[in-house]
Design a protein around this ligand. Structure first.
Ligand SMILES: NC(=O)c1ccc[n+]([C@@H]2O[C@H](COP(=O)([O-])OP(=O)(O)OC[C@H]3O[C@@H](n4cnc5c(N)ncnc54)[C@H](OP(=O)(O)O)[C@@H]3O)[C@@H](O)[C@H]2O)c1
Length: 153
C-alpha cells in the first residue's frame, strides 16, 4: 500500500524481474491471458526469462506474434507459444480448452490477466454485459479449467 515495502520485501514499485530473481521456472508451463499488451506482455516476458514455458492466450493474434518475436529476440531460448482466446466468449474458451488439452501440455500456472475496465455498455457474443463476461465469467471458466488439469497431470 502507498509503495511501502511489505513482509515479502517487495512493494508496488517492485518489478517482475525483481520478484522472480533467482527463481528457476524450467519444467513449468504457464498460461498468460491477455499477453498481447500491458502487464500480460511483461508477465509473459519475465516468466519466459525464468525458464517457464509460456502460452500466451490472446485474441489479437498479430499483436501476439509481435510480442512473441520481441521476447524471442531478447531471449532466443524462450519457450513461448501463442494460442487464440477471447475470454468473453464461451465458444472461444471452449475451443481454447480443447486445443490446449490436445497440445498435451501441463498447466502449472494460470495468470488470469485479460480484462477490461469500465467500457461503454456492450454485450458479449453470449449476450452478457461485456465487462462481467470478461472479468468474471471468462476468468471463472479458466480457473475451472486449471483445476481440471490439476487432476490430469
Ligand atoms: N494497469 C492497472 O493499473 C490495473 C489496475 C487494476 C487492474 N488491472 C487489471 O490488470 C489486467 C491487465 O491490465 P493492463 O493495464 O495490462 O491492461 P491492458 O493493457 O488494457 O491489457 C489488457 C489485455 O487484456 C486483453 N483482453 C481484454 N479483453 C479480452 C478478451 N475478451 N479476451 C482476451 N483478451 C482480452 C487485451 O487484449 P487486446 O489487446 O486484444 O485488447 C490486453 O492484451 C487487466 O485485467 C486490468 O483490468 C490493471
Amino acid at each position: 500500500m502507498f509503495g511501502l515495502t511489505g513482509p515479502s520485501g517487495f512493494s508496488r514499485f517492485s518489478t517482475a524481474e525483481e520478484v522472480t530473481h533467482g527463481i528457476d521456472g524450467s519444467g513449468l508451463t504457464a498460461i498468460v491471458t491477455g499477453a498481447s499488451s500491458g502487464i500480460g506482455t511483461e508477465t509473459a516476458r519475465v516468466l519466459a526469462l525464468r525458464g517457464v514455458h509460456v502460452v500466451m492466450a490472446i485474441r489479437n493474434m498479430p499483436a501476439g506474434r509481435e510480442v512473441k518475436e520481441a521476447i524471442l529476440k531478447q531471449n532466443p531460448t524462450a519457450k513461448i507459444d501463442a494460442m487464440e482466446l477471447d475470454v468473453s466468449s464461451v465458444a472461444s474458451v471452449n475451443s481454447f480448452v480443447s486445443d490446449y488439452k490436445s497440445s498435451g501440455l501441463p498447466l502449472n500456472i494460470l495468470i488470469n490477466n485479460a480484462g477490461i475496465l469500465a467500457p461503454p455498455y456492450m454485450l458479449s457474443k453470449d449476450n452478457m454485459e461485456l465487462q462481467f463476461a470478461t472479468n468474471h465469467v471468462g476468468k471463472d471458466v479458466m480457473c475451472i479449467f486449471r483445476i481440471f488439469l490439476m487432476f490430469m497431470f
